[in-house]
Design a protein around this ligand. Sequence first.
Ligand SMILES: [Zn+2]
Length: 477
Amino acid sequence: MMDVLVRQKPDTTHVWGTNVWAPALIMLVFVVSGFSRTASAQSSDLDPRIAKLVASISEARLEKILKKLESFETRSTLSSTTSSTRGIGAAREWILQEMRSYSPKLQVSFDVHQVPKQGRITRDVELRNVMAILPGRSPRRVYVSGHYDTVARPGGQGATNAGGPARDPDAAPPPPADPDAPLDNLAPGVNDDGSGTALTIELARVFSQSGIDFEATLVFMCHAGEEQGLVGARLHAQKAVAEHVPIEAIFNNDIVGNDKGGNGIVDGATIRVYSEGPEDSPSRELARFIQRWGGRYVPSHRVRPMARPDRFGRGGDHSAYNQLGFTAVGFRESRENFTRQHDVRDTFEGISLPYLAQNARVNAASAATLALAPPPPGVLSERGQPLITRAPSGYDANLRWNASPGAAAYRIFWREAWGPDWEHELLVGNVTDVVLPNMQIDDYIFGVAAIDAQGHESFVTAYVAPPRANTAVRTGQ
Ligand SMILES: [Zn+2]
C-alpha cells in the first residue's frame, strides 16, 4: 500500500501545507501520488487469498456446467416444466442442486414469481430465478449474475443484424399456434446465456469454498425470463426495492464465452463492460473499479469499459436493475458471432473455455475485492449537495465525506474535468476531509473510495453537482 502523507493540523480540517508553501507541497503531493495512471499495478495491494480464489476457477468445471445446460435442449421460460431431463423445469432444478452441493454456507433457493400472460410472456407461467446467497458480515449485497433461460427462432440474431439498422433483437416472435402449449423448440443457448450462467455457478463454488469471511453478502443469481424482456431481473429488482434490500452492485454476465466474431476476427484478451451514465454515475464507477481491480489480479486480460448502457438495440438484465436505481454493469464478450445467437447453432462448439475462464477471473477478482471492502463513502450533505467547497482560502479543493463503516483509510482520485479515466490518486488516513491547496474544484472531477486495514478498496464515489432545474421566465403580454 502507498505511504500515507497527511499533515494534520490541530483543527479538524486536514490541510496540505500552508499557503506559502502550497506550490511546493502540491508538487510533493504529485510525487507521492506518482502522478500516475491509476490502473498501474501495485502488487502490495493484492490479497493472496483473492489471488488464490481467482486461480481456483476451473475450465473443466465450466465445461461440465455448459454441457449439462446444453443437454436440456431448451431452457425457454415458456418451455415444459414436467420433464426431468428437458426444458426449463429440469434445468432450474439441476442448477439448484448443483449449487447446493458446493458448500453448506451457500443458501440456495428459487426466487419464485407468478407471471400472468403479458407482453412476450404468451401464457401464465411460474418464473423461477435460482439464487445462491453467501452471507457476509453485513447485509449489503454484491451480485454476480447471468440468465439461464434461452430462446431460438428462425434466422436467429444473424438475420436480425444483417437485415438493416439495429433493432430490438427481442422483438416479439411470431405468435405460437397454440399460446397455451409449452414452447419446446430446440434452443440450446450455450453462449446466450449458458456462458454467464456457468460463470455465475462456478463463482458460487469458488467463493463458497474459499474459506474467506466476506464483509458483504454475495448473491449468485441465475435469472429467468430475460429473453421475454428482462422479466426475472425486473421482478427480483422490484422486490428488492419494496423490501429495501441493500444491493450495492450487480455484475451481470450475458454472452461472455465466445472470442471469435462472426466476421472472423478473434480477440480472446479483452472483455467489454457496459454501464449506464451519466459519466460519474455509480454504475460508471463500478466499471472503472472492475477495470482497476480486475486488471490488477488478471493483468493478462484487458477490461474495456464502455460508456453506454449496452450495445445498439440489445438489452440485458443489468438494465432492469439500473432502471430501478441500482448500480449494475453488463459484461459482454469482445467479438460476437450473431449467427449463433437466438439460434439452434448456439452450441458448445461456439465456446472458448480459456476465454470464458478469463472473464470469470475478472468477475471473481473484482467481486471479491468489493465484497471485502467497506461500502463506498457517501459524499452528499443531508440536502443532497456534494460535500466539496473551495475553503478555506476560496481557491482550494476541500473534500468531505461520510465515514464508511470498517474503513481504515480513504483514497482520493481526481482527473481533468474532460476525460474518462482517473488520472491521479492519493491515499489519506482515517479522516473524513482533506484540503488540496490551490486546486480549482471546477477543473477536476474528484472522488473518494474507502479502504479497510488490509487494503481492500470500494468503488469510488464522485463529487457531482446535481442538475439544476429550469427556471421559466414570464414574459409580458
Ligand atoms: Zn442473453
